[in-house]
Design a protein around this ligand. Sequence first.
Ligand SMILES: [Zn+2]
Length: 295
Amino acid sequence: MDTLLNILLQAETKGVAIGHFNFSDFLMLKAIFEAARDLRVPVVVGASEGERKFIGVHQAAAMVRSFREQFDFPIFLNADHTHSLPGAMEAAEAGFDWIVFDASALPFEENVRQTKAAVQVLKSLRPEILVEGEIGDIGTGSEIHDVAPDLQRGLTTPAEARQFVEETEVDTLAPAVGNMHGMLKSMIAGTAKKRLDIERIRAIKKEARGFMTLHGASGTDDGDLREAITAGITTVHINTEARVAWRRGLDGALAKQPNQVVPYKLLPPVIDSIKQVVAARLALFSQGRRARSAS
Ligand SMILES: [Zn+2]
């Protein structure tokens, strides 16, 4: 099977992006896996610190490995937004394929210093592991927010991105380009969309060169996502949209079968609900440059 690095290289060559979806439980993981397998596209699943604490670091790694090995399928595991080096090392040792080391809340120079140290330590533990760093402010919490944060102040500049990638030697960079974690109520209702700064993405790609990950993409305009991928985004993170689908699926299942107590009879609609969202996003990300310019 291809390595994660090869899969990112191929995505870049083809002008497509890899979908990254977070999971908090087995239903979400199963739904993400099934959607990717139906579409025959590689996929990355992510577990943030909170999600890892709930699932268990080793349990998350074992579940993902079980899908990868049994089905010989390119599903990879990312330790999303890891704020401490011990937490990053624990995930690396448990078998995670990718670590997002997130020191973006610190001043730039301190972020560079800590991320560089994390890259060195993590690569010495597992040379093949990918490490991502983050600069700029994209908010926290993949949840439903009442008010929009002021994203303008925390946007990543191309010069910063270049310096950050050169000094830290991260494999992938997560910039702030109009993206934000979580969704506003208006985005859940579908009356508003997140918009991306495509020119900034293109300029950052030109300066920083490495792979770029778009975090907080739930609720983003489809056209902007297509253009962002063309401009240099290699991986797109979706979390809140799948969480909303999980909740809606669960509400619907409970309402439909109020007396049902058998989990495997009650829960399949939850998987279907998540699967639909994941499949739609994966289809968009894997369209490729030619299909995008034709549409
Ligand atoms: Zn994120």
